[in-house]
Design a protein around this ligand. Sequence first.
Ligand SMILES: [Zn+2]
Length: 335
Amino acid sequence: MSNSTPNPSRRKLLGALALAPAALALPSLLRLSPTRAETNPDPFSGHAAAIRHRIGEIEIIALADGRGPITNDLIIGFNDTAGRLAAKAAHKAHDPVTSTISINAYLIRTADRLIAVDSGAGAAMGPTTGAWLDSLASAGIAKENIDTLFLTHTHLDHVGGMSNEGGIRLLPNAQLVAAEAEWAFAHDDGVLSALPEAFKGMMLASRAQLAPYAANRAMLAMDQETEFAPGVTAVPLPGHTPGHMGLRIESHGEALLIWGDVVHVPAYQFTHPDWSVAFDADGPTAIASRRRMLDMASHDDLLVAGMHLDFPALGYVERRGDAYRYFAAPPDFRV
Ligand SMILES: [Zn+2]
């Protein structure tokens, strides 16, 4: 990767990638299907975790997939002085070159549904990711019992754990639910052909993860919210990708917003919501979605969850002037 800030056409190109931040930041880890031996003797052990929380009568389980690096030159607007101050305000460590971010997934359990939300990065991104299935098992959830897999979007750090290397579904009984625009984006051959050769494989890897679910999928419109299970509503949050969606979960007066990739780098983007990432498909729209969600979460005192918030990635947002602060949610002893 270049060390300079990508120019607009470069950003547009990067935005088209079905590619994860860590993979962008570390080309040396750009391996599509490494065996365990190639990466680490046991890459999936050591970081599995599951944290439960209740939203009325709905249970949410935060599932750790791992963590990955993102170089700060991929954060558009970043400068070291402001970054250092933002990290201090967020009580986060500041590294002038590379930030480490969590990669998370979630499980929603209602009275009669088990809904997985994203599937982590799987084996495609090196030894620090791929714990999602172990986290699921540690929560006592059999993957065969999951009836729905909702995807916030199709970048590889969100779809990498859906299928195995043989093209077999890892959630054999789950219907895929995602935005129709996202499915079209992931399968757009024009987007694929415009990619640099080295990156085409990453988009193809995402497609390979999606393919086993093609025959059993429900596609959602981006111009409306869709309640696809009782109390579980898909919310369009375009910008990061054309079909990026979050979920609003409501039950008995309690609410949670799972906002997908509205925030990638918690150390900086709560203080600087206008700092975007190079792999946003549409930077200005992504910033608008982020500002809208931060404003709503702080105004409504909403519990929020996100795939790159610090695990267990359940917390609250408070407004501070033009900026925001994130506070991790306390344990929920009801579960
Ligand atoms: Zn992501």
